[in-house]
Design a binder for this molecule. Structure first.
Ligand code: AGP
Length: 612
């Protein structure tokens, strides 16, 4: 949460910083600010979005070849002009931007206040900048040392960038628990929370590790030290990122673009893992730990939100095909409940961003208990990917819309490949079944393409439900997690209350909610429990609920009972989530559009949840 950008070089910093903020706005959009450095520090910040900041700085002096900028997702202190970043030290000589939470900020603040230091904001970040200045003055040390000394007093997570009026040729950055990437150009450095603001200037990047400080001095080479002043050799990596992914390319919103990208992102996630003859699956991360996977006593998934829903599909796939017991845990619960985990366990963290704080902490806990920790992440080089013993990337490409869509289907694709590959190795699947499922998986991108053709029909039906106050989503088996995902999508972007349930659980409570005003979305493709779902629909109709059904093409029974029907192509039940989720993503999108909601940046949310 919060996006941070920095620049030092020979170019004007402002355009680079503002474009960078636009790329990072998915991380938070409560307020935005920039500090530019030449003779002194020019600070501009305002409540609202990056566009508001651009408006605010019109006709102001924005010159400077060094600068830092921030887009905020508020933690400490309400989103207003004062709490917006950057924050200045008391003298106004040092400016800082920060992503993360300083947990002991109140103790530090009290100490500094007793020493006579005045605070203007309610943020934890201001404590940090005041502490750095205080340490520098008291210890009579250079800024890098002051940052090291100050950070050694801090408990919590941070990615910070610092500039000082006293040293306009220096940019300092440090991280612990929150991501930070340094871009290395020709006599210039870029800094950002992820690589998207950097990629158009340079492909050479260094991902900072926890407790590392990057020292970027104009005209000199990048220097990396730890908080304890240990020198480190920068590990320069080459960025592989398609710039087109960062643009809307004619779509009204990133979310819609990303929904329509799914045939490609699923294909990209399969590519290179399924061989040409389609008789073998190889996933690099698993090959290295094949013995551990095949002998695992249990697999535990840890994840949040949409990634948790994908993991739930993974549970069904692995238990059915590989016959290894699987648990799916909310990372936020797992990390605080002393779970029973040992060396025979494999713990798999699933995350689009690779930065979710709870998932990262849960992984660390699992590691400390001796488990093999695997990751399934979308963002290359992210903290979760780097903290794992091994892992597989989903190849969905950057996902900008806060509501996750193509990341979900890419995660389910990778989990399907994983389950099939392990089942083949373990001998828990027949050759016929393996061949059938692999062929079906190979056809999924084309079938998703076909499903997307119902977009206009979904749009029309969305108009009928624009002002509904509640929705129920029901699914069984592999489509129960899809029901949860459909409800989450609607909640997130249209602010309509929605609940996902296993269809048969309805009679244990939610059925009381059903009346003629209640839309019930039932996911009812061909499956072994199709008839049971038909009975569930009868129960809803008997209570006059409005049924919107997702059915397999050619279905007549559910179609005959339902008020509205979205037909999707046939596939094997095990792969059906990859298809049946598409109409639900479109439904959430169009309902939110009709309600005039902020699609890509829904209120109160951020794409990457780097705080607890
Ligand atoms: C999905 O639409 C949400 N924005 C959210 O639930 C998300 O899936 C969750 O925060 C987990 O994020 P991650 O996959 O980046 O770890």
């Amino acid at each position: 949460m919060c996006g941070i950008v920095g620049y030092i070089g020979s170019k004007q910093a402002y355009p680079i910083l503002i474009n960078g903020l636009k790329r990072l706005e998915y991380r938070g959009y409560d307020s935005a600010g920039v500090a530019l450095l030449d003779d002194g520090i020019k600070l501009y910040k305002t409540k609202g979005k990056v566009a508001d900041l651009e408006e605010y700085v019109k006709n102001k002096d924005i010159t400077g070849t060094t600068g830092i900028a921030h887009t905020r997702w508020a933690t400490h202190g309400e989103p207003n002009n004062v709490n917006a970043h950057p924050h200045l030290s008391e003298s106004g000589d040092i400016a800082v931007i920060h992503n993360g939470i300083i947990e002991n900020y109140d103790i530090l603040k009290e100490k500094l206040k007793k020493l006579g230091i005045k605070f203007v904001s309610q943020t934890d970040t201001e404590v940090l900048v005041q502490l750095i200045e205080y340490v520098q003055k008291m210890e009579k040390v250079d800024l890098v040392t002051a940052v090291q000394l100050a950070l050694s007093q801090v408990i919590g997570a941070y990615a910070i960038v610092i500039i000082s009026k006293a040293d306009p040729d220096l940019l300092i950055a440090a991280r612990k628990g929150s991501p930070l990437v340094v871009g290395i150009g020709e006599d210039e450095f870029f800094l950002a929370s992820d690589a998207s603001p950097i990629v158009e200037y340079t492909r050479e990047v260094v991902y900072l590790d926890d407790e590392e400080i990057a020292i970027m001095r104009r005209g000199e080479k990048l220097q990396i030290k730890t908080i304890r002043n240990q020198e480190k050799t920068p590990f320069v990596e080459k960025l592989e990122m398609d710039l087109n992914h960062l643009e809307k390319e004619g779509f009204d919103h990133f979310m819609l673009k990303e929904i329509f990208e799914q045939p490609k992102s699923i294909r990209d996630s399969i590519r290179g893992r399924l061989n040409l003859n389609k008789d073998r699956i190889s996933m690099a991360g698993i090959i290295d730990f094949e013995k551990e996977f095949l002998n695992a006593g249990r697999i535990t998934f840890i994840a949040a939100g949409t990634s948790w829903h994908a993991a739930k599909v993974g549970e069904y796939l692995i238990e059915e095909l590989v016959r290894i017991p699987v648990e799916v845990e909310y990372a936020s619960e797992f990390r605080y409940r002393n779970p029973i985990i040992d060396k025979t366990d494999i713990v798999i963290a699933v995350s689009q961003s690779g930065e979710t704080a709870d998932t990262l902490a849960a992984m660390q806990l699992a590691k400390s208990k001796g488990a093999l920790v695997y990751s399934i992440c979308n963002v290359v080089g992210s903290s979760i990917a780097r903290a794992a013993d091994a892992g597989s990337y989903t190849h969905a490409g950057p996902e900008i819309g806060v509501a996750s869509t193509k990341a979900f289907t890419a995660q389910v694709t990778v989990l399907t490949l994983m389950a099939l590959g392990l089942a083949q190795k373990k001998g828990t699947i027949t050759k016929e079944r393996f061949d059938h499922l692999v062929n079906e998986l190979d056809m999924i991108p084309a079938k998703v393409e076909e499903t997307l053709k119902i977009s206009e029909q979904v749009k029309e039906i969305s108009k009928i439900f624009t002002y509904s106050r509640n929705f129920l989503y029901l699914g069984r088996g592999y489509n129960f997690p899809v029901a949860l995902e459909g409800a989450l999508k609607l909640k997130e972007i249209s602010y309509i209350h929605a609940e996902g349930y296993p269809a048969a659980e309805m009679k244990h409570g939610p059925i009381a909610l059903i009346d003629k005003k209640m839309p019930v979305v039932v996911i009812a493709p061909d499956s072994v429990i199709y008839d049971k779902v038909v009975s569930n629909i009868q129960e809803i109709k008997a209570r006059k609920g409005k049924v919107i059904a997702i059915v397999t093409k050619g279905d007549t029974v559910v179609a005959g009972l339902s008020d509205y029907v979205f037909e999707v192509p046939h596939t094997d039940e095990l792969l059906s989530p990859l298809i049946s989720v598409i109409p639900l993503q479109l439904l959430a999108y169009y309902v939110a559009v009709m309600r005039d909601c902020e699609i890509d940046q829904p209120r109160n949310l951020a794409k990457s949840v780097t705080v607890e």
